[in-house]
Each structure stands twice: as C-alpha cells, then as structure tokens.
Design a protein around this ligand. Structure first.
Ligand SMILES: [Zn+2]
Length: 378
C-alpha cells in the first residue's frame, strides 16, 4: 500500500463534482484508472462503472464484489478538501462550505488502493468485480440498473458506512415511504364552517391515533412532513402527510402498514359519511427491502478472520439504514456493508482520518488473501 497515493486518489476524487444523477466525470476518472491498470471495464446504460480484476491463477472460481457509490449528497459542488495534522495523524475535511464527499469517495479510494496494491504485489486473491454505482443517495437506481451478469458473484462487500473499522453490517431493514392525501371540503371559515371538512384536523387525528418513534427492537415509524392549508379564513380541503416505516421484520412492517391504512380510512370515512371519497388516499413505496446474512455464511467467517489478522476487532451489527447492498441481496447477491471510515456524513463537518483509510486498505488486502483460500459462496 502507498499511503501518499491513497491520499492523492482520495483528494482527487472529492474534487470531482458528482451530485446524484450527474456522475459522468467521476465515472470517467474510474474508467481512466481501470485503463491505466489494464483492467477489463464497461459502463452500463444506467451509468454504473464495472471493472473485472482476474483472480490469481491458483485460486477457485468464486467471485468477490467490492462496491461503492459515485454520487454525493449536496452541497457538493466545488469541494475544497483541507488536510490537517501530519504523518499518520492526518485528517481530511472540507472548507465547511460543502460536504467532503467521503461518503462514499472514501469507499472508492479504499477499493482503488487495495486493488492497485494487490496487482503490484501479486497478492493471492479471488476474481474481483468492482461495482461503482450511480444515484445511491437518492434512489439506489444504479444498483437496480445493474445487469444480472454483473451481479453474478458469490459475495459482495460494500464500503459505505460511518464508524470505526471492524463494523460489519449484516442486517438492514425494509423501508417504506408513505404519502397520505387527506381530503377536506373548503368553505369560508367564518360564514359557513359547518358545511366544510377541515383536512388539517383530520390529519391531526390520524397522526394522533398512530404510533411513532421506536416501536420495538425491529421497528421505527416517523411523520416527516405535513403540508396543507391556504389561509386562516379558509377551511382547508387538502393536507399531504409524508411518513416512513422501517422494520427488520417484514410481517411486523406489513401489520403496521395495515394499521396506518385502516386508521386513515376510518378517520376519512367518519368525516365524510355518505359522500364520495378519493379512491386511494395512500401511496406506499418500498424504497428498499430488509436483508439478513446467515450467521454461518462462510464469507462472514473469512472476513472476520481477515480483520483479526490486521488487528481489527470485528463486530457484527444491524443497521437501520439502507444501501446498495439491500438491492444486491434481493437480486441474489448476498453481502455486507463495511465502514469507509468517514465521520459525520451528509454534513459540512464530514471528515475522514487517513489512518482509517489505511487500515481499511490493509484489511481489504487481507480479505483478498483469505478469500483466495477457499470458495466462499453459501
Ligand atoms: Zn453512502
């Protein structure tokens, strides 16, 4: 591993603008990197960059995916990285006017340095496929757009989490977004209030009757936005509530969703007795679906072994967020999410310690060695 090259690569990438949906320049950088190393690459119609790295000659045929996303959350144009400290204590942050973009360019930098090191030092390794995706932050459209052939591998490691090295995200929840259109009837609030139906009070009744917050060890629910009303002298005829439900337990999520549907329908029906109603007041979108990797999966054991060899204590944890890994799993590719070493992502204080990136590269090189020893598919 070359620490200065790792730092340079990271600094170069964070200075490439790549908001979600506009990752072209970032893709070009990664393609140029693959060409420089003589690797087989292609870019799919969605914009994802896929690079294949052959395994060493003596290894089995299982393929390991390494993945990270190219897009960055706003404000992210014109990032000016600042390096503070010296030697191995260096920390990289932004100039406080943008995010740093270490989410997920730290993940990309770790992958590039680990692969370049593996090629230079001819490290034992299985066949590797690098998946650099677009639009993870907004919709995971990149991961969804990958071809079956590009997802045809035995295990995936996605570098896209905050926190210390050693974290292994082996479970993540399902996440459903709800958009509830609460109807009402507009009238003059002073002259004929009895002829109206107030959509804001109906919305308040629904919100009050439903459970929110952390509902059990597996499940959370949140009302995020409420929009409606025009003026104090008008009984409002429409409110839109946006909410979300998350759970690791799909049955629990389904029953919670039914509870929301029933409550919304009951409140509307009671207010609108005898009148025509909107067909379906609720729009539900499942943004991602829960996954859970078998605790005995051989790849988990190899990964933990690799971590211990480089002095990192593995810790399996459940995340309550989603990532491309949710999409991979449901398209038949099991995998985990590891930390990319960044801290305070999605904020102007986002930063990453160079030492964290170095440890991640060392660990990834050790992963190559361990995963080359034996097939790791379940
Ligand atoms: Zn991310």
């Amino acid at each position: 591993m070359q620490t200065e090259r790792l730092l340079e690569t990271f600094l170069a990438m964070v200075q490439i603008d790549s908001p979600s949906g506009d990752e072209g320049a970032m893709a070009a950088y990664l393609i140029a990197w693959a060409k420089r190393l003589g690797l087989d690459w292609h870019q799919d119609a969605t914009g994802n960059v896929v690079v294949n790295v052959p395994g060493c000659e003596s290894t089995h045929s299982d393929c390991l995916v390494l993945s990270g996303h190219m897009d960055v959350v706003p404000p992210c144009s014109g990032v000016k990285p600042v390096v503070t400290g010296s030697g191995s204590d260096r920390v990289i942050h932004s100039d406080n006017t943008t995010v740093l973009g270490a989410d997920d360019k730290a993940g990309l930098a770790v992958i590039l340095e680990a692969v370049e090191t593996a090629l230079e030092e001819k490290l034992a390794r299985p066949a590797l496929r690098l998946l650099f995706t677009v639009e993870e932050e907004t919709s995971m459209a990149g991961a969804r757009g990958l071809s079956d052939a590009d997802l045809d591998a035995q295990f995936a490691i996605t570098f896209d989490h905050t926190g210390r090295q050693g974290v292994i995200i082996h479970q993540a929840p399902s996440y459903r977004k709800l958009r509830i259109q609460v109807p009402g009837i507009s009238v003059h609030a002073g002259i004929a209030p009895e002829k109206g139906i107030n959509a804001i009070t109906l919305a308040a009744r629904m919100i009050h009757q439903l459970p929110w917050g952390r509902l059990d060890a597996d499940t959370t629910a949140n009302v995020g936005t409420v929009h409606g009303g025009k003026a104090t002298n008008i009984v409002p005829d429409a409110v839109v509530i946006e909410a979300e439900l998350r759970s690791h337990n799909i049955q629990r999520l389904d029953s919670l969703q039914s509870q929301v549907l029933e409550t919304v329908r009951d409140v509307i029906q009671e207010a609108f007795t005898g009148r025509d109603l909107l067909e379906n007041p609720i729009e539900i979108t499942e943004i991602f679906t829960a996954y859970s990797i078998e605790p005995s999966h051989p790849a988990l054991h190899l990964l933990e072994k690799a971590m211990r060899v480089v002095g990192v204590e593995p810790q399996r944890i459940r995340s309550n967020g989603g990532s491309d890994n949710n999409i991979f799993f449901h398209r038949g590719l099991p995998g985990v999410v590891l930390t990319a070493g960044y801290q305070e992502p999605h904020s102007l204080k986002e930063k990453v310690a160079l030492a964290e990136l170095e440890t991640a590269v060392k660990m990834t090189c050790q992963v190559f060695r361990e995963f080359s020893q034996s097939p790791f598919g379940a």
